[in-house]
Design a protein around this ligand. Structure first.
Ligand code: GAL
Length: 364
């Protein structure tokens, strides 16, 4: 009996040692047990980031990996601290949505010192030894926004409401805008009456800048290139104050519900839909592969000022009132009844149920 008892104690002791020191124990550099991913997000403020988080965590789980998530509320010091915290928890790979493209290089340095690979998620970290960048083709996003408006307003006064200057994506969108609008500006057909960058992507910034532009241009504005739907909301508010909503073209990005409602109500012209499910799943797959020291398929590179970062760049999709059903509704990204909430039922598009993914099981 005693012997059995002491045997049991012995086994328990062995198991216990495993648990306690388990997390940082690594065999040949790789930690035993399921892959552990650290996911450091800038913010959960915009609608999309909550979706990114949920879809990434679900895919990682499906692949047998656990994900530790931290959101830094757009605070650089906090994001660095959170990354440190994730690293002390023995993560095998770090996935980062940087708040600030430049200062987040310190996070990469920290991780690399501990042999932990880093994925730049959606936004590129600059001047750092990033292992992989997974995003949409953001230059294309900017081109799509400007092209859609220029095709419908080939001449007149334009306003550019760019994104947060700390976000590398905002600079790529701007590059896309100017690539399309440049020739029209040169020819004198288009005049950019105001170009402003919205601190922290704040809709209130877009409202303020658009009000200034309307005053400066005496309400003579043909189009506003807004870099995302949050900003487009601020722009439309300023236009509504002048009775111009629906008369001035407005772009957007992210296919937020409020933006799709504005589009079917005629107050916003278009948005750029980025199927987040694809992005989150490709990133989770890549994270698990990197953690296991396996190769990751890429389809491009993007130079971040330090190196050509191997990249997976996905295709964005233009959405306007004519293809909402065949894109965001079909994917279950948003429900038809939510988008058309403020539109009389007899004006809703007729949709065969077979063409709609049941968004109650929305995982998109
Ligand atoms: C960008 C992102 C956009 C947008 C914005 C604000 O980097 O690609 O989808 O929403 O951040 O968070």
């Amino acid at each position: 009996m005693l012997r059995f008892g002491s045997l049991l104690t012995l086994v328990w002791v062995i198991v216990c040692v495993g648990c306690v020191s388990g997390p940082s124990e690594r065999a040949g550099g790789k930690r035993r047990g399921p892959v552990r991913i650290g996911f450091s997000l800038d913010t959960l403020k915009e609608e999309r980031w909550q979706r990114d988080r949920d879809l990434f965590v679900a895919k990682a789980k499906e692949l047998g990996a656990e994900t530790l998530v931290q959101a830094a509320n757009s605070d650089d010091a906090l994001q660095l601290q959170q990354a440190e915290n994730l690293l002390t928890q023995g993560i095998d790979v770090l996935v980062v949505v940087p708040h600030n493209a430049e200062t987040s290089a310190a996070i990469v340095e920290l991780a690399k010192k501990q042999g932990v690979p880093v994925i730049s998620y959606d936004r590129l970290i600059r001047h750092a030894d990033v292992d992989l960048y997974v995003s949409f083709d953001n230059l294309r996003v900017g081109e799509m926004q400007a092209r859609y408006l220029l095709d419908r307003a080939p001449a007149g006064n334009y306003v550019l409401i760019e994104g947060a200057p700390t976000d590398n994506n905002a600079h790529l969108y701007h590059e896309g805008h100017m690539k399309v609008l440049g020739p029209a500006v040169k020819s004198g057909k288009v005049k950019i009456v105001l170009e402003q960058w919205a601190r922290e992507w704040l809709p209130s910034e877009a409202l303020k800048h658009t009000e200034n532009a309307l005053t400066q241009a005496n309400n003579q504005v043909a189009a506003v290139v807004a870099s995302n739907d949050g900003l487009a909301g601020g722009v439309v508010q300023a236009l509504e104050e002048q009775g111009l909503a629906g008369k001035v073209l407005v772009s957007g990005q992210d296919a937020d519900l409020a933006a799709l409602q504005r589009i079917v109500e005629g107050k916003q012209t278009m948005t750029v839909y980025k199927p987040i499910k694809l992005l989150a799943e490709r990133a989770a797959e890549a994270a698990v592969r990197l953690a296991r020291g396996e190769k990751v398929e890429t389809n491009g590179v993007l130079n971040n000022g330090r190196k050509d970062v191997p990249s997976i760049l996905l295709d964005p999709i233009v959405v306007d009132k004519n293809n909402i059903v065949d894109t965001v509704v079909k994917d279950g990204f948003h429900r038809l009844e939510d988008i058309y909430r403020n539109v009389p039922r007899d004006q809703w598009p007729r949709v065969a149920s077979s063409r709609v993914v049941d968004s109650s099981s929305r995982a998109n």
